[in-house]
Design a protein around this ligand. Sequence first.
Ligand code: UDP
Length: 414
Amino acid sequence: MHAPSLPDRSIEAYEAVIDVDRLERLRSLASRLDGVRILHVNSTATGGGVAELLRSIVPVCVDLGVDTDWLVMDAEDDFYEVTKAMHNGLQGEGPAFTDEMKATYRRETDRNGAELDEAYDLVVVHDPQPLGMLDRIEETMADAPVVWRCHIDLTDPDDAYLSFVSDYTKRVDHAIFSRSAYVGEMDVPEPSVISPSIDPLAEKNRSLDPDAIATERDRLDPLSFDRPVVAQVSRFDPWKDQFGTLEAYRRASEEIDGLQLALCGGMAGDDPEGLELYERVAGEAVDDPDVHVLTDLTDRAVNVLQTEADVVVQKSIREGFGLVVSEALWKRTPVVGSDVGGIPLQIVDGQTGYLVAADDVAGAADRLVSLLEDDERRTAFGERARDHVRERFLLPRQLEELLSTFVSVLETHS
Ligand code: UDP
């Protein structure tokens, strides 16, 4: 395992988005965690929402005085094949779950667990990848409660995967889900619900000055923001439905002159499906000069794309939460998204964007056209979107809920 390098963060810097009462409550919770060592474990330092969350949560907790570490698993490629299959299975469509796959999972989680040589007072395990380390955690930190944080869409999980993962999750002390509808799908003690959040100070989300925006816009050339732009920012993953977005764009471009589509995707370290899907999407788009398939953009470039696009699309088939939706809304860009997983928590239909059924390409295209044709509506949606995210989906709110959960889990299990 390795500890990723982290940006500096100071809670004081959040003064524009945090009221005095919340700051007081955060400090009080942090003081109750004085002397407590907390460890987060997940399976990638970059790419995807979990890494995005930890990159902010961990340094702000440290700044608040909560002794917090983050370790990322290191594993052979076959482990990530298995854990992506587990992810897909829990989201409802995995391949047959073989004994060989289970053995690979156990081998790599045992190997990573053997590297745990420091003692912590509370361990937070993110998603199913590190759950196999439970034996080792129980052995080396017998008194430390384990919190499992599930970031997956559990709307309709496959039984074989559910049962394998539940054998671990029923042994943890507390489980956190991103949406209340997921509670009850899995055998866990003490479930609670905490919505994820975006970090308004991260390079990806902070306000950029006009010169920085102009420079990034130039770098994104030949994508031109002088013509209408629809954007999607997502890992290349079948659940993110880039092909559905392409089809919706094609239909919308029959109505909107000069429409362009930017499909931006990174390759998460723990997602072996990315490259193959990227190649298929890029192949599908190759004949249309107005479709731009972009990879490995910097956080600043993603910021500019989400800010400068006229509409963002998130037509996922499953979505645990979907940070990209709040990222776009925070930048006052309306989002057309499917009515699945965490997306309807973020899009207020007809107010900050539009919700469509996950398989409704024609509906998505209609909503794109109506937003692209109406500058005033886009502006009004954008303003409401910013307020909606400010109230519900910024880091300080999530931090308070997390720290409060840690305090109560430690009290219950002392
Ligand atoms: N992301 C990125 N570059 C990309 C694609 C995605 O930085 O090319 C980031 C995106 O901005 C967001 C995260 O990866 O912060 C994706 O999180 P989300 O919850 O939307 O989806 P997940 O990948 O966890 O399923």
